[in-house]
Design a protein around this ligand. Structure first.
Ligand code: COA
Length: 253
């Protein structure tokens, strides 16, 4: 069985590191081990000078169905959000290399909020962005409660993060969480090629430009931790446990 996270250095796009979700049988739901593999990959990207850009990709018609709900149930038993998730979110904020994402199909939960930390996101026309946090009796994560209202305004952020409204690719582009919408078979090439364009730029100037554009990392780190405190408390709630168990029952059918 191949690894659920693939780390690739595409030969046609020198300077690019690709982190690919590869658990299609579970809609690329992300487990603790997968977060850890991504933390390690981001760390490697930081340390290796020749890596100049990082790209997140999923599989055909599925970027990711978000956090593994079985892991949420386990975390609920432990009473705390997993450290691997938190490490991944902070590593995203700390990453000095440009981050690009390519989405085809489902992008749920962190499969959507991840893109708030990316500099450029390419989505296929059939993509669907959705964050059913409140429906699972949870709260927004990944500093989305801070970044999304800034990017798309309060009402759209509320529709996405609290109402759980699904956004089409075009709606996500209007809401400025997607840069370009392309056909499904063009997503990977577009994402890798734009990453290669970034990789070929003067790295120091690009790093400074990026830092200026991204603003205050401290408040983003702080919001990740504030949200995590509420998230951890919600995980152990009766209503959240009921929502996870309902999903897991359906899953085993
Ligand atoms: N965690 C764990 N397993 C998941 C999962 C998740 N987030 N999302 C999907 N899976 C599993 C399903 O349980 C199923 O497993 P099974 O084959 O062993 O039963 C498999 O992936 C395929 O999913 P399925 O629900 O049959 O596919 P679908 O196309 O009908 O629906 C989704 C896809 C994404 C709409 C649906 O799976 C879903 O709602 N997943 C949960 C999304 C979510 O709430 N994520 C957390 C956000 S905070």
């Amino acid at each position: 069985m191949s690894a659920p996270i693939l780390i690739e250095k595409p030969s046609r796009q020198p300077g690019v590191l690709c982190i690919r979700f590869n658990r299609p049988e579970k809609k690329n739901a992300i487990t603790a081990a997968m977060y850890r593999a991504m933390v390690d990959a981001l760390q490697a990207a930081e340390n290796e000078q020749e890596i100049r850009a990082v790209v997140f990709l999923g599989s055909e018609n599925c970027f990711s169905a978000g956090n593994d709900i079985g892991d949420f149930l386990a975390a609920a038993a432990g009473g705390k959000l997993g450290q691997d998730i938190l490490d991944f979110l902070h590593a995203l904020v700390d990453c000095k290399k440009p981050l690009v994402s390519g989405v085809d199909g489902l992008a749920i939960g962190i499969g959507t909020t991840l893109h708030l930390h990316c500099d450029l996101t390419i989505a296929s026309s059939r993509s669907r962005f959705q964050t059913p946090f409140v429906d699972l009796a949870l709260v927004p994560e990944a500093a989305s409660s801070l970044i999304a209202p800034r990017v798309m305004g309060n009402q759209r952020a509320f529709a996405l993060l609290a109402l759980g409204e699904a956004f089409s690719a075009e709606e996500a582009k209007d809401a400025a969480i997607v840069w370009k919408v392309v056909e499904p078979d063009e997503v990977e090439r577009e994402a890798l090629d734009v990453a290669m364009r970034l990789a070929s730029k003067p790295p120091e100037a690009l790093a400074i430009a990026r830092q200026l554009l991204r603003g205050n990392a401290g408040e983003i780190h702080q919001r990740i931790d504030d949200e995590a405190m509420h998230f951890s408390a919600r995980l152990t709630s009766t209503e959240a446990r009921a929502a996870f168990e309902a999903f897991m029952r359906k899953s085993r059918r």
